[in-house]
Design a protein around this ligand. Structure first.
Ligand code: 13P
Ligand code: SF4
Length: 363
């Protein structure tokens, strides 16, 4: 699709004033009414999120996409795997658009279907039919289809515990893709000791285990989020010295070392809810994406909020969706152009939906 469509923003959009762009976006929204729906992930920039009809974390956005049967055009302000999920959960008549097709997710790209099929073959030889695959929604549609085909499901950071607990009722051990940190933190919370978690390294095609192979309960794919790996134990240690009374609240995509040394850990929604409920005057160091941290700072002048890493940047791919790209996409819709549409082929989507539905019915 990328080859067929002009993917780069026409240069003249960069010359428009913010006021001009905002006015044009508002006019198109008024013109399209309920035919248009704009979901926005919490990590999106304010210049975009101001136009979102619904904001949420990955789970909430999957749920709102599935619930919306009315809108013909769903302009997804988030990253590629989220738009794919929305496409798979909506009807054939509804079209899903991603305002910048370069807005991918480096974590999702860390598990390709070829690597995963290859790993599965080896793991079946090692463990027999004792493994259920679970995939974080931050994965390609092909990986979701793989998990669907093998009896597994999707998880998000909001329901990972529930889904991992369910997976253990199905099979003796699980393969968790593609984020080793969410997998490790969740399984640890459910009582699986760290030494019973092995790591599958797709670079070397090897299982890195620290216990006899028959004792392995969880196989973690060696993937990570480049944003959340930017919070290290050194940041925690430094903060404990400089701000000893500050509470440290991090996302479970952070390493286990960071999570264990922090005061609290939870999904994007959990972080937002915790800060909204925090007592006036309390102080927080947050380990998650910077656009969200900045928004929480602006919304809560009564709290002291900083990023756990003072040099943290926003997620670069989330940030590709900006006001000019949003306007461009809306104008393409109005002009009847074909651009920026995300479509998952029906064979992949049918299997991937099994994974998503197993999650949504338990979420
Ligand atoms: P959640 O929205 O599930 O917290 O995931 C965070 C994230 O990294 C999204 O890309
Ligand atoms: Fe991917 Fe991490 Fe960015 Fe989320 S924050 S889109 S997981 S790179």
């Amino acid at each position: 699709m990328i080859a067929q469509q002009p993917t780069l923003l026409p240069a003249h959009y960069r010359t428009l004033s913010v006021l001009e762009m905002e006015t044009r976006v508002r006019d198109i929204r008024a013109q399209l009414g309920t035919k248009l729906f704009i979901p926005g992930h919490h990590y999106q920039k304010d210049e975009v999120i101001q136009f979102a009809d619904a904001t949420g974390d990955s789970l909430q956005l999957a749920q709102v996409a599935a619930a919306n049967t009315e809108a013909e055009h769903i302009v997804f302000c988030g990253v590629h795997f989220m738009a794919e999920t929305a496409d798979m959960l909506t009807t054939k008549e509804q079209r899903v658009y991603l305002p910048d097709l370069r807005a991918g997710c480096s974590m999702a790209d860390m598990a390709t279907i070829y690597e995963t099929e290859h790993a599965w073959e080896t793991l079946q030889q090692l463990f027999g039919d004792t493994i259920i695959p679970l995939t974080y929604v931050n994965s390609t549609a092909a990986i979701k289809a793989f998990t669907g085909k093998h009896g597994g499901a999707c998880v998000t950071s909001s329901n990972a515990k529930k889904m991992v607990a369910w997976a253990f009722t199905q099979k003796e051990r699980l393969l968790f893709l593609p984020d080793q940190h969410l997998g490790r933190n969740t399984a640890f919370d459910l009582g699986v000791p760290l030494e019973q978690m092995a790591v599958w390294n797709p670079q070397t095609n090897e299982l890195e285990a620290h216990c006899p192979i028959e004792d392995v309960k969880v196989i973690l794919w060696k993937g990570h989020c480049s944003v959340h790996e930017g919070f290290t134990i050194h940041h925690v240690e430094k903060l404990r010295q400089t701000h000893p009374t500050m509470r440290i609240l991090v996302h479970p995509e952070c390493s286990h070392e960071v999570v264990a040394a922090s005061d609290d850990c939870g999904s994007t929604k959990y972080i937002i809810d915790t800060i909204h409920a925090a007592p006036a005057g309390s102080a927080w160091a947050i380990g998650t994406e910077m656009n969200l941290v900045k928004r929480l700072i602006a919304q809560h002048p009564d709290l002291t909020i900083i990023s756990l890493n003072e040099n943290m940047c926003p997620c670069l791919t989330m940030n590709r969706i900006d006001l000019p790209h949003l306007l461009w996409t809306l104008e393409r819709i109005i002009n009847g152009e074909e651009g920026n549409v995300i479509t998952v082929d029906e064979r992949t989507a049918a299997l991937a939906r099994l994974s998503l539905e197993r999650m949504l019915e338990r979420a």
